[in-house]
Design a protein around this ligand. Structure first.
Ligand code: GLC
Length: 535
């Protein structure tokens, strides 16, 4: 397959590591960088191409690293800069790329920039953050709400003004209208790019610009009790502002100062807005994260519609991508169930576009129930009881049946799943029909069959529980048949003539198909159709 080295991120598979929960090497119950190095052989055997690390920078950990107090350091909890350099070298030596989380929307309130900024009105760093006079009644300047509960404005008694924070009060937003801020973050990017990191996943990139006039957000007519309170208003003036595209294009130019790096943006927006983040002439993010499957109703029609709409909306030349899980959303195995998690894996790894795997999804990790006294997530603490907590999808990786699942020698920072003695890497590696073996087989197939990477997406059917599509390459095609339900499905078509390359149940490889395919409950298959050649 002809591959431009520049497009590794098109052909490759990303794997998100939440460092606190991957592997502890220091025996403190929290994962660290040396732990990730220990586990590189596992990632290589899995077959992924690039890792994305959630933040490892110095942080008071109010939001577990998404509140950064030093953009160019490593938090001692995770190790040292030497550990970090060793990770990058080891990854690169084995052909893995590594990208970092860039969190430019806000810093920690402990960041020296903010410590300066809050000192006085005329401090040189004052305008690096968003300060406003109180409203006439002394209250917040407008009705903007924090995603983590309450007003997005925090009063500061020293200078008698409010500062804006889209998330926690300990996470003041930077003022991206200030060119000094832009330059400072660009230099942070260059710092890591010079160290050899292969790019960034940019945190809440669609939040960077806010309305210059600070207009109130309009009420959300669809708000229902039980939803997080910030959804009472529509974020019309706080996110997805037209100016953000210039900000992103500038970031992209920084990334492009270096060879073969990638810029990925975290964006929760409807598809028609999401695709604007590729930027004018594709000068924006290489990959605006496509989270549509995170909230998709699990039925064939709804999923087909998402794929269809996304494919239709993509600007010419834009490369698609797909995600099933991340550290903010409930685990796929809990959303769709254990059996469908296998079908979901086949979907993710056969769609057109770069897949990003979330650590542990490949071993079928489910949401772990978190007792009230074990809650760590500030979102759940501030907005309790409505199911927004993110701890359940951030629990320690289950490596083995050893104490603490081989993750740590000490009680981990979050509880382990109660089924870890069976559901762990060591066990599942030994089982050739396990979900882990399925993930490996899917990844392998994707490497072997160019149709699965570069082939066009051709919809064939979306009826009841059946989702059927083809990946059409120049020399052949592969057909994917997914049964999204718990009843068997039979189908017949000339287009099915071929050979089963893989079943999610791992027991039908090589089966010849004439024109009839019987799918068992919760089964997906990939069919190499006549005329298809392995690449
Ligand atoms: C992003 C991160 C999330 C974090 C938030 C604030 O959404 O993924 O974990 O809490 O930004 O930084």
């Amino acid at each position: 397959m002809a591959k431009s080295v520049k497009s590794w991120w098109r052909h490759g598979i990303f794997y998100q590591i939440y460092p606190r929960s991957f592997q502890d090497s220091s025996g403190d119950g929290v994962g660290d960088i040396a732990g990730i190095i220990e586990r590189l052989p596992y990632l290589l055997a899995l077959g992924i191409d690039a890792i994305w690390l959630s933040p490892v920078f110095p942080s008071p950990m109010a939001d577990f690293g998404y509140d950064i107090s030093d953009y160019t350091g490593i938090d001692p909890l995770f190790g040292t800069m030497e550990h970090f350099d060793a990770l990058i070298s080891a990854a690169h030596a084995s052909g893995l790329r590594a990208i970092l989380d860039l969190v430019p929307n806000h810093t920690s309130d402990q960041h020296p920039w903010f410590v300066e900024s809050r000192r006085s009105h005329d401090n040189p760093k004052r305008d690096w953050y968003i300060w406003r006079e109180p409203a006439a009644d002394g209250g917040p300047p407008n009705n903007w709400l924090s995603e983590f509960g309450g007003s997005a404005w925090e009063y500061d008694a020293v200078t008698r003004q409010y500062y804006y924070h889209a998330f926690l009060a300990q996470q003041p937003d930077l003022n991206w209208r200030n060119p000094e801020v832009r330059h400072a973050i660009h230099d942070v990017m260059r710092f890591w790019l010079r160290k050899g990191v292969d790019g960034f996943r940019v945190d809440v990139i669609w939040h960077l610009s806010k309305d210059a006039e600070f207009r109130d957000n309009p009420p959300n007519p669809n708000f229902r009790e039980g939803q997080p309170q910030h959804q009472k208003v529509l974020p019309l003036h706080t996110t997805d502002q037209p100016e953000v595209h210039d900000v992103i294009a500038e970031m992209r130019r920084v990334v492009d100062e270096f060879d073969s790096r990638v810029l990925i943006g975290e964006i929760y927006l409807p598809l028609e807005r999401l695709v604007t983040y590729y930027g004018k002439d594709l000068a924006g993010a290489h990959l605006p994260f496509n989270f549509a499957l995170l909230s998709a109703p699990w039925n064939a029609r709804a999923i087909e519609k998402i794929i269809h709409d996304y494919e239709a909306l993509l600007p010419a030349g834009a490369w698609p991508n797909w995600v099933l899980g991340n550290h903010d959303r409930p685990r796929i195995a809990s959303r769709v169930g254990r059996d469908q998690a296998r079908v979901a894996a086949m979907l993710l790894l056969t769609l057109r576009g770069t897949p990003t795997l979330y650590y542990g999804d490949e071993i079928g990790m489910h949401q772990v129930a978190i007792a009230p006294d074990q809650v760590r997530d500030p979102f759940e603490k501030n907005v309790p009881g409505i199911g927004v907590g993110r701890d359940g999808c951030r629990t320690p990786m289950q490596w083995s049946a050893a104490p603490y699942a081989g993750f740590s020698e000490l009680t981990p920072w979050l509880p382990l799943a109660d089924d870890f003695a069976h559901e762990n890497v060591a066990n599942l590696e030994a089982d050739e029909r396990s979900i882990l073996s399925l993930y490996k087989a899917l990844i392998n197939l994707r490497k072997k069959w160019p149709e699965l990477v570069t082939g066009n997406y051709v919809p064939m059917a979306a009826e009841g529980d059946l989702l059927l599509y083809r990946r059409q390459g120049s020399e052949g095609s592969v057909v994917i048949a997914l049964n999204l339900g718990a009843e068997p499905v039979s189908l017949a078509s000339e287009a099915l003539r071929g050979e089963i390359l893989l079943s999610t149940l791992m027991d039908r490889r090589g089966e010849k198909l004439e024109r009839v395919l019987d799918l068992r409950d919760n089964e997906g298959v990939i069919i190499g159709t006549s005329g298809t050649h392995a690449g």
